[in-house]
Design a protein around this ligand. Structure first.
Ligand code: FDA
Length: 392
C-alpha cells in the first residue's frame, strides 16, 4: 500500500498534523495501535479536555533548548485552536489562569478533529500497530498490522511513556535512535510526589486533606495552587507543576500559607489570645487535621503565651517554607506527561523535520518539549502537529 504521508499515532499531535497535511491535498494515512483515536484527549481535563491555555508562551515549557518551541507556538497560537473550536460550535469556558475547557465533554474535541480529518480526506486506521520502519529509495517502508505501507513522509506522533495502560509506548524513542537521533533521558512529569519512611508515616493518614492555595518551590521555580495529601504522598496542581522541575535529592519547599506571614500572625495571636493553644490558632488558617499533626510532629502544643516571640517567628517561617522530603514520584503510571525525549538539536524548529533523515518528522510529546499543567501540552501538540503538517 502507498501513501504520501504516514503518521504514527492518532493522538492530539497526529490528528492535527493529519488535518493540516490533508488540507494541502496530500494523501494521508493516520495509524494508531489503540482501538480508538485520541484516548488521552478523551480522559483529559476530567473528561472536559483543557484544550489550550490562552496565556501560553514558550516560558511555559521545559526543554533542553528553551528556544525550540518558539517558532511553532508563534505560528499556531491558542487563538487558532479556539477559532477551530468555535467553528464547530463547541461551548467552552475559562476555568482559571487562562485554562480553556469544554462546557460539555472532551468527546467533542475528538469528534471535531475526526470531522476535520474526514473533510481533509485523511484515512484513519485504528488497532493498527507499527512494528518496523525501514528506509527505502522513495522514503519509508513501514510494517503495520495491515501490511507494509510505503510513504514519502513519515511523521512520528506516538507520544511519551505516561499512562502505559492507554497505549503509551517507547516506540517513538526507539525509532528516533534507529535513525541516529539522540534521545534525552525521560522521566515522569506532572505527577504526584511520594513520601517514604518517617515522612510517609507522619502524613499518610491525612490522605484527603486539601489546601486550596500553597506555593511550591524548587530552586528558582515556584507554583501556586492546590495541594492534596494522598496515601502515598502529595498531589494537587501545585505539586504536579513543581514535580516537572523536581529531581530526587532536590530541596522542595512548600509555603503552606503564601498569603500570610505566619510568624507575624502567631505573634499577634499570642497577644490577642494568650490562652488559646497553638493547634487551635493554626487550625483556623490550616486544615485542622494538618494543624494538629504539625503540632504533634514538629512543635509541641502549648497555650500561646508560653511561646517566646522568637519561637513563634521561627515556627511561622517553617510553615512559610515547609521542608518536606519527597522520595520520588508515582512514575509513568499516573504522570500526565513525559519529560525529555527526542533531542530537538537534530530537528528543525519550524517544520519538526529531522536534520538527519529528510522526510522524517517528530511531533508532540515524543519530542523534548513539555508544558506546564493547564492546557499547555495540548497547545504544543496542536502547534507542532500543524508545523509538520504544513510541509510533510
Ligand atoms: P498522545 O499520547 O496523545 O498520542 C500518541 C498516540 O500514539 C496514542 O494514541 C498511542 O496509542 C499511539 N501509539 C503509540 N505507540 C504506537 C505504535 N507503536 N503504533 C501505533 N500507534 C502508537 N494536556 C493538556 O494540555 N490538557 C489537559 O487537560 C491534559 N490532561 C491530561 C490528563 C491525563 C490523564 C493525561 C495522561 C495527560 C493529560 N494531558 C493534558 C497531556 C496530553 O494528553 C498530552 O501531552 C498529549 O496527549 C500529547 O499528545 P501526543 O499526540 O503527542 O501523544
Amino acid at each position: 500500500m502507498k501513501t504520501e504521508v504516514l503518521i504514527i499515532g492518532a493522538g492530539a499531535a497526529g490528528l492535527m498534523c493529519a488535518i493540516a497535511a490533508g488540507q494541502r491535498g496530500r494523501r494521508v494515512l493516520l495509524v494508531d495501535h489503540a482501538n480508538k483515536v485520541g484516548k488521552k484527549i478523551l480522559m483529559s481535563g476530567g473528561g472536559r479536555c483543557n484544550f489550550t491555555n490562552m496565556d501560553a508562551t514558550p516560558a511555559n515549557y521545559l526543554s533542553a533548548n528553551p528556544h525550540f518551541a518558539k517558532s511553532a507556538l508563534a505560528r499556531y497560537t491558542p487563538w487558532d485552536f479556539i477559532a477551530l473550536v468555535e467553528k464547530h460550535r463547541i461551548a467552552y469556558h475559562e476555568k482559571e489562569l487562562g485554562q480553556l475547557f469544554c462546557d460539555d465533554s472532551s468527546k467533542q474535541i475528538v469528534r471535531m478533529l475526526l470531522d476535520e480529518c474526514a473533510a481533509a480526506g485523511v484515512a484513519v486506521e485504528v488497532s493498527c500497530g507499527v512494528q518496523r520502519v525501514r528506509r527505502t529509495p522513495e522514503g519509508f517502508g513501514v510494517l503495520t498490522a495491515r501490511g507494509e505501507v510505503h510513504a514519502g513522509s513519515l511523521v512520528v506522533a506516538s507520544g511519551g511513556l505516561s499512562i502505559p495502560s492507554m497505549g503509551a509506548s517507547g516506540f517513538g524513542y526507539e525509532l528516533a535512535r534507529q535513525f541516529g537521533h539522540a534521545v534525552l533521558p525521560t522521566r515522569a512529569g506532572l505527577v504526584p510526589l511520594t513520601l517514604s519512611g518517617k515522612h510517609q508515616e507522619h502524613y499518610q493518614d491525612l490522605a484527603g486533606v486539601a489546601l486550596s492555595t500553597v506555593e511550591t518551590r524548587v530552586g528558582k521555580q515556584s507554583f501556586r495552587g492546590g495541594l492534596l495529601f494522598t496515601h502515598r504522598g502529595l498531589s494537587g496542581p501545585a505539586i504536579l507543576q513543581i514535580s516537572s522541575y523536581w529531581q530526587p535529592g532536590d530541596d522542595l519547599r512548600i509555603d503552606l500559607l503564601p498569603d500570610l506571614d505566619v510568624g507575624e500572625y502567631l505573634v499577634e495571636q499570642r497577644t490577642a489570645r494568650p490562652l488559646a493553644e497553638l493547634k487551635t490558632v493554626l487550625g483556623e488558617v490550616l486544615p485542622k487535621r494538618l494543624a494538629q499533626r504539625l503540632c504533634e510532629q514538629w512543635f509541641d502544643n502549648r497555650p500561646m503565651r508560653q511561646y517566646r516571640e522568637a519561637e513563634l517567628v521561627q515556627l511561622g517561617a517553617q510553615l512559610n517554607a515547609w521542608p518536606i522530603t519527597a522520595s520520588g514520584t508515582e512514575g509513568y503510571r499516573t504522570a500526565e506527561v513525559t519529560l525529555g525525549g527526542v533531542d530537538t538539536d537534530q530537528l528543525s524548529s519550524s517544520t519538526m523535520q529531522s536534520r538527519r533523515v529528510p522526510g522524517l518528522y517528530f511531533i508532540g510529546e515524543v519530542v523534548d518539549v513539555t508544558g506546564w499543567l493547564g492546557g499547555y501540552n495540548f497547545q504544543w501538540a496542536w502547534a507542532s502537529g500543524q508545523a509538520a503538517g504544513a510541509v510533510a
